[in-house]
Design a binder for this molecule. Structure first.
Ligand SMILES: *Cc1c(COP(=O)(O)O)cnc(C)c1O
Length: 484
């Protein structure tokens, strides 16, 4: 079907031409696009072979930035070159294979392709009728991940901005199920202060989520770990009894599968038993380690994940999408509708269950899920299994290499986070990490494991090789000697 443009009407007003700086014609777009593609490829190569930490001249940058006062228009080519240059010199490079970092990935290529496609069509995913193909692709991926995580048929969920939003959503679901009056009265609807239980080594985004949900930060009970970095079940039971005796209302246990500091997994099956006995919501925050569902070998460490009421997995962590791709999976999707429903006259449908705007926190939504769809399509679960297994194997090399230098590795993470303590008599981890970051050959961070300061490393880049691990081990030992 071809549509004809209506003929120009003599009476029409003279309308100015489109703003070419914002909406250049097709030929100019093509020229800039090609140039950008080349420039980005060259920058990526420099980043791969260069330092991991920024060599950032803050003052020069601030002057240049102030020059962008928007009083007049600048050349786009020039602004693009400037943007690439300042990112190359002004950020830590997660795309460098010697970034042994926090849970930030180098994005996989299919996901980067997805970003381009989504930026071109810019679909609105608030409601199904507007973008049925995109809404269905997301729902399909979420169902596939939920099944892989062991949740029953009928489980659903949605993509989120990240793990924090997913965890916050889980908290709202737990509160909504625990107290029917929560929907209309908020925390006041509870007979006493609602409380949730996480370990002291959980991700403290929980405090923010308790704050915004209206139950208050004091609602978060931090349960001590068991000496090896996992929530202590006996202490949890003691805290529960104490809270009930004081008239507080336990609502949720949020287990962590893959702690940020040490990659430890709370005892999921034991926590599920406590939750079942006490009538509590069980959430599993598997933002990083949830990716191990891809692998049979590693997935067994997530034993008990299938018992969760809800699960957080971030695709922008170990599943290697670009940033801003979390997932919330829920065993009973009816609760999502209960928590997020709203009726409008102007939306294209009366709030069907398949409309994301009535089953999640966001309204206007970016097509977040195409990145995980294309990664999964191109690699299959098998490809992802190899991706996570090789990362854990490389982490094993880190542990073995550093142990051979006389360091100790106090944690035993099944998901490849290595905590390292230098030999007796050497300078403390703070100084070693500072030296490493100043050098920039490899990136590591400072962490605490069971009260002890450690150097932390995790393989987060899909193209890291044994050679890169050798550089890390050699530089760590040299840095430790140099500052001691
Ligand atoms: C990263 C992380 C979070 C926070 O997720 P964001 O995507 O950064 O919002 C929460 N919990 C765990 C265990 C994480 O690793």
């Amino acid at each position: 079907m071809t549509m004809m443009k209506p003929a120009a009407d003599d009476t029409a007003m003279d309308i100015e031409a489109p703003v070419a700086a914002l909406f250049p014609d097709a030929l100019e777009r093509r020229r800039i696009d090609d140039r950008l593609t080349q420039a980005l490829a060259r920058a990526s190569e420099r980043v791969t072979n260069g330092p991991v930490t920024p060599d950032f001249d803050v003052e020069a940058f601030a002057r240049e930035l102030a020059g962008y006062d928007f009083a007049f228009a600048r050349d786009l080519d020039e602004a693009l070159d400037w943007s690439i240059r300042v990112l190359e010199h002004g950020v830590t490079h997660m795309t460098n294979p010697r970034y042994f970092g926090l849970f930030n990935p180098a994005p996989a290529f299919p996901a980067q392709c997805a970003d381009r496609i989504v930026a071109t069509f810019n679909p609105q995913l608030a409601a199904w009728p507007t973008s049925p193909a995109a809404v269905e692709i997301e729902a399909h991926v979420i169902r596939a991940v939920a099944r892989r995580a062991g949740l029953p048929d009928g489980a659903a969920g949605h993509f989120t901005s990240g793990g924090s939003e997913a965890n916050g959503t889980a908290l709202v679901l737990a509160l909504t199920r625990a107290e029917p009056r929560f929907a209309s009265e908020g925390a006041r609807g509870f007979a006493g202060q609602p409380v949730l239980y996480v370990s002291t080594d959980s991700h403290l985004a929980w405090l923010k989520m308790a704050h915004v949900s209206g139950i208050g930060r004091a609602a978060v009970r931090l349960i001590a770990t068991d000496g090896i970095g996992r929530m202590d079940v006996a202490r949890l039971e003691a805290a529960l009894a104490e809270d009930r005796a004081a008239g507080r209302v336990p609502v949720m246990i949020a287990a962590t599968a893959g702690t940020t500091n040490a990659g430890m997994i709370d005892p999921l099956r034991a926590l599920a038993a406590v939750a079942a006995r006490e009538g509590l919501w069980l959430h599993v925050d598997a933002a990083w380690a949830g990716a191990m569902i891809a692998s049979e070998r590693l997935g067994r460490h997530l034993d008990g994940l299938d018992l969760a009421d809800s699960i957080t997995i971030d695709a922008h962590k170990w599943l290697a999408t670009t940033m801003g791709c979390g997932m919330l999976l829920a065993r009973d999707p009816a609760l999502l509708k209960q928590a997020f429903h709203v009726a409008t006259t102007y939306m294209p449908s009366p709030g069907l269950d398949r409309d994301p705007f009535v089953t999640s926190l966001l309204w206007s939504r970016r097509f977040m899920g195409l990145r995980l769809f294309l990664n999964l399509a191109a690699a299959g679960w098998q490809g992802y299994a190899r991706h996570v297994e090789r990362a854990v194997d490389l982490s094993g090399l880190v542990a073995a290499g550093i142990a051979a230098k006389g360091w100790s590795v106090p944690n035993a993470s099944p998901c490849g986070v290595i905590c390292m303590a230098p030999p007796e008599g050497r300078a403390p981890p703070t100084l070693i990490v500072r030296r490493m970051l100043a050098e920039g050959a490899a990136w590591v961070s400072l962490a605490r494991f069971e009260g002890r300061e450690v150097v932390r490393a995790c393989v987060t880049h899909g193209r890291t090789e044994a050679d890169d691990v050798a550089v890390l081990v050699a530089r760590l030992e040299a840095a430790s000697e140099a500052v001691s």
